[in-house]
Design a protein around this ligand. Structure first.
Ligand SMILES: [Zn+2]
Length: 361
């Protein structure tokens, strides 16, 4: 795809709605994009979207996975004053939330709100120096009493999503927006399916857009039993560490924008299949694609569930570094994204019967 087409795809997918457990709107958007490019499409009972494309032969089954859901919140209670208390869906650092715009998706439509914060005029010195706890936060929709909030359609259990516009940065290569985690991975699957349209490749290919990754890799656990893959590549973003607020003494590997896609060597949920890891590295070297190796003490991806399915599935994580994930605005780089797509395509062509057998040995 051209640079403009890729950016348009990223805008479409990141601006779509779909917090954990409420992925239907974004699933429809991705499904519409993939329908003409695939030979089969289904969902599992949890809502993960499974799209297939027939290759040269049945074996091996290659699973490409990315998660549909984005981090957000759920309404827990409306106060007498008409303010909305909430539960987080996925991991948030409370400090990134005060005064941010959000949208509540109600049965009657979208309600705009802001997470309230005290202005400096009435803030004590002690309060100003403390981080605000998530449990004390609330969404303000401008209501003056409970009845107004209820009349607006807000109900307990309604999902709340960050409100943020996709934008291309001045260098023409970086872009910012919400939900890059992991709509960037979903976009990569769309690009791979588009590139392979009308072309032959070794095994059968499955693109799986999972639900509820951010709350515990739940859709990966169910969808993998539908596909029963022989090998898996999980496409997910990772933390960019090229910002001034990342300390020199921190032990994690470094990943910077524009320096290539990231290949996961370790995270809290998986040590990858080493033969597959080495194959990714040699494939990248042969194709002249730069990549960044990552060893991350925390975090995890859908691969954490997929690689331990049945007797085990050789798996690897390939993603792009994103600054400020799990917030209203992340920043990523188009070169990393495009090189990530190229690397996955090169792998798809390599993962034939003999190669996948050798990974399992
Ligand atoms: Zn993710």
């Amino acid at each position: 795809m051209t640079k403009e087409q890729s950016l348009k795809l990223l805008k479409t997918l990141t601006e779509a709605f779909g917090v954990s457990g409420f992925e239907a709107p974004v699933r429809t958007v991705v499904g519409d994009l993939l329908a003409p490019l695939s030979t089969g499409m289904q969902t599992d009972n949890m809502g993960s979207l499974i799209v297939s494309k027939t290759g040269f032969e049945e074996y091996p089954k290659l699973l490409l996975a990315a998660h549909l859901d984005e981090v957000g919140f759920m309404v827990t209670r409306i106060t007498d004053g008409g303010f909305i208390k909430f539960q987080q869906l996925g991991g948030w650092w409370s400090q990134v939330l005060p005064d941010q715009r959000v949208e509540i998706r109600t049965a009657n439509g979208t309600v705009a709100g802001v997470i309230g914060a005290k202005p400096p005029h009435i803030l004590s010195k002690e309060e100003a120096e403390k981080t605000i706890k998530l449990r004390s936060m609330y969404v303000d929709i401008g209501a003056t009493c409970r009845e107004e909030a209820e009349k607006a359609g807000v109900r307990v259990g309604d999902p709340i999503v960050p409100c943020s516009r996709f934008e291309v940065c001045k260098n023409g290569k970086s872009f910012m927006g919400k939900a890059l985690d992991d709509r960037a991975g979903c976009a990569m699957i769309v690009e791979v399916f588009r590139e392979l349209d009308g072309r032959s490749f070794p095994g059968n290919l499955y693109g799986v857009m999972t639900v509820q990754e951010e709350v515990g890799l739940r859709g990966a656990g169910t969808s993998v039993t539908v596909v029963k893959p022989d090998v898996a590549v999980v496409l997910d973003v990772t933390v960019a560490t090229d910002t001034p607020n990342v300390g020199e003494d921190e032990a994690t590997t470094r990943a910077g924008l524009g320096k290539g896609p990231v290949v996961g060597f370790y995270d809290a949920t998986m040590i990858p299949n080493i033969a597959l890891r080495d194959l990714v590295a040699s494939t990248a070297a042969e194709a002249g694609i730069p990549f960044q190796a990552e060893v991350m003490p925390g975090g995890g991806t859908d691969a954490g569930k997929i690689h331990v399915y049945r007797q085990g599935v050789p798996s690897i994580v390939i993603g792009i570094p994103v600054r400020y994930i799990h917030s209203h605005v992340g920043i990523a780089h188009l070169d990393d994204y495009a090189n990530g797509v190229e690397l996955v395509l090169a792998l798809v062509n390599k993962l034939d019967r003999d190669t996948v057998d050798s990974l399992k040995a």
